[in-house]
Write a protein that binds this ligand. Structure first.
Ligand SMILES: *Cc1c(COP(=O)(O)O)cnc(C)c1O
Length: 358
């Protein structure tokens, strides 16, 4: 551990690569010879243009996106997308399918219904406290899109592979597993991710949207809520969150150049999660809360024999330099969020601690 930093298992905002933080620190007062901080340069300057264009280019390369995709940087978090998606794509009585796999899916459904959009919930895992990912889902042929949450940050479940929608464009909230693995992006009409879980600091949400989805936006809607506004202006209709975009750019550069791309990242993430689940499964002291074929490689949720023991575990962990292991306040228990920036070394140290604590 460098610079007295702890092993950070926060769910979000979460750990960032140390090299990225150091690069930000080193260039903070004088960005690229500009004589200004990156937080002081104009978003209309060449400096910022280079930053946002590099972030877009790297995103397209990492995800293998064709020219029919737009990469946007929006504000309002992933939560804003819950309302923008139905507002933009479900005009004139159109419908969409939603799969409910937890807290965030539930919120996405609520925001569509607030707008009186006739959406259908085609599958849900609420019957077992969202501990699994539904299988064999029948999607409706008149759905404009099928919305899923690719990784359920709070419940600790993740789609191992994406459902067959019979050609209906998928829309995924990938906030907590974006850029953690490679996948076929062509099946997606839109992907969104709040940056603060896996790709940067809070303050920006990345949205990847396909051309044919943008053509669905017909009715007049307020400019700030219309995808076309941002797609037509390289995300600079108004002042973007410049610093957050800059930090995202550096994280993407790290993924691309230091890690070596998404296949490498996926391999490492599988190894990290594997170590933790092995530790949980090989004891009768720790108990995983997600069904094993639905387990998340990003958020490992587990319980101890009782709540008192859990409190003690979290306390002892803090004393030993492990932060963020408390489960979400809505579910209790323990959770280790092990996003891209959490090192294998951090996982090995946690595994040792768990064995000793037991
Ligand atoms: C954290 C999270 C959100 C909420 O993100 P905000 O940027 O705070 O709005 C939405 N969906 C998922 C899956 C999340 O993990």
């Amino acid at each position: 551990m460098k610079e007295n930093r702890i092993y950070n298992f926060n769910a979000g905002p979460a750990a960032l690569p140390l090299s990225v933080l150091e690069e930000i620190k080193d260039s903070f007062l004088n960005y690229a010879g500009s004589g200004m901080s990156v937080t002081e340069v104009s978003h209309r300057s060449k400096w910022f243009d280079d930053i946002i264009n590099d972030a877009v280019t790297r995103t397209k390369r990492l995800l293998n996106l064709g020219d029919n995709f737009h990469v946007l940087f929006l504000q309002g978090g992933a939560s804003m997308q819950f309302c923008m998606i139905p507002m933009n794509f479900l005009q004139n009585g159109k419908t969409a399918d939603y799969v409910n796999t937890g807290t965030w899916s539930t919120k996405a459904i609520k925001e569509a219904r607030i707008q009186d959009k006739p959406i259908k919930v085609v599958a849900s895992s609420e019957d077992k406290n969202f501990s699994y990912i539904p299988k064999n889902i029948q999607f409706n042929s008149d759905a404009v899109y099928a919305h899923i949450t690719s990784n359920n940050t709070i419940k600790g479940t993740q789609w191992a592979s994406f459902p067959d929608t019979n050609g209906i464009p998928l829309i995924a909230d990938m906030s907590s597993d974006f850029m953690s693995r490679s996948f076929d992006a062509d099946r997606f009409g839109l992907i969104y991710a709040g940056a603060q879980k896996n790709i940067g600091p809070a303050g920006v949400c990345m949205v990847i949207v396909r051309d044919d989805m943008l053509e669905l936006v017909k009715e007049t809607i307020p400019s700030m809520l219309n995808y076309n506004t941002f797609a037509g202006k390289n995300s600079m209709f108004n002042t973007p969150p410049c610093f957050a975009v800059y930090a995202v750019q550096l994280v993407l550069k790290w993924l691309d150049e230091t890690v070596g791309g998404l296949d490498k990242m996926e391999e490492l993430n599988a190894k990290k999660a594997g170590l933790l689940y092995e530790t949980i499964d090989s004891s009768d002291f720790y108990r995983g809360t997600a069904e094993s074929d639905s387990r998340s490689k990003m958020n490992v949720t587990f319980r101890l024999p009782n709540e008192e023991m859990e409190k003690k575990f979290i306390q002892k962990a803090i004393e030993n330099g492990f932060g963020g292991l408390k489960g979400h306040r809505s579910v209790g228990g323990c959770r280790a969020s092990i996003y891209n920036a959490t090192s294998l070394e951090a996982i090995e140290a946690l595994v040792d601690f768990m064995k000793t604590f037991k």
